[in-house]
Design a protein around this ligand. Structure first.
Ligand code: PRP
Ligand code: URA
Length: 209
């Protein structure tokens, strides 16, 4: 079964608290999405393999560490994942980026795919799939289905807020994908929104409601 890692760092808890407030502005909300994503990524990248590399400092040769192999790929689920990707790219600007376009049908709550574009070497990279909200889990499961159909296997999923229902569905569908969560909330409401949550993440990032 996959690992579920719930963040307990005070900075993350503090910033998510601000994001939850309905009075937080679009500008501040957007900045916080990127900041919190970077902090979660710090934890989610903790076990990346390192390799030794010999370099020269201004004084002498020495051996330093660098992340081994073909490295990293960030994959935001559109729309709301895009700003999480920005926060991650601030820390690892050389990571490649794939995009998956999915939206939730408002009636059925099932994900509808509209876009998928991945780097050609994504299968040999560590994939950080990001979406602020893990609600029913339908979008995350569908995104990972799409990646696996392309032969992409080394996947971690990062979200800001999760509902227990989404965590369960994702773990059952993809027991090999570790899940990194900023805050684990109580439950879903009858419209599939996370409670207490922060509302519609895409609308709050882009000011579309
Ligand atoms: C939101 C969110 C996730 C999805 C989570 O996106 O960003 O992708 O809902 O819900 P689920 O776990 O029940 O699938 P939305 O469908 O609102 O699309 P948007 O990002 O384009 O606004
Ligand atoms: N999508 C969101 O943006 N928010 C929720 O609470 C659930 C799904």
């Amino acid at each position: 079964m996959s690992k579920v890692i719930i963040m307990d760092h005070p900075l993350i808890q503090h910033k998510i608290g601000i994001m939850r407030k309905k009075t937080t502005s679009t500008k501040e909300f957007r900045a916080l999405v990127a900041e919190v994503a970077g902090l979660i990524y710090y934890e989610a990248s903790r076990d990346l393999p390192l390799a030794d590399k010999v370099i020269e400092t201004p004084l002498m040769k020495t051996t330093v560490k660098e992340i081994a192999g073909k490295k990293l790929c960030v994959v935001p689920i559109l729309r709301a994942g895009l700003h999480m990707a920005d926060g991650i790219l601030n820390l690892t600007p050389n990571a490649k980026v794939g995009h998956i376009g999915l939206y939730r049908d408002e009636e059925t709550l099932e994900p509808v795919e509209y876009f998928c574009k991945m780097p050609s070497d994504a299968a040999v990279r560590h994939i950080f799939l990001v979406d602020p909200m893990l609600a029913t889990g339908g979008s995350a499961v569908a995104a990972i289905d799409l990646l696996k159909k392309r032969g992409i296997e080394k996947i971690r999923f990062l979200c800001l807020i999760a509902a227990p229902e989404g965590v369960k569905r994702l773990q059952e569908a993809h027991p090999d994908v570790d899940i990194y969560i900023g805050a684990l909330d109580t439950k879903l409401n009858e419209h599939g929104y996370i409670l207490p949550g922060l509302g519609d993440a895409g609308d709050r990032i882009y000011g579309t409601k």
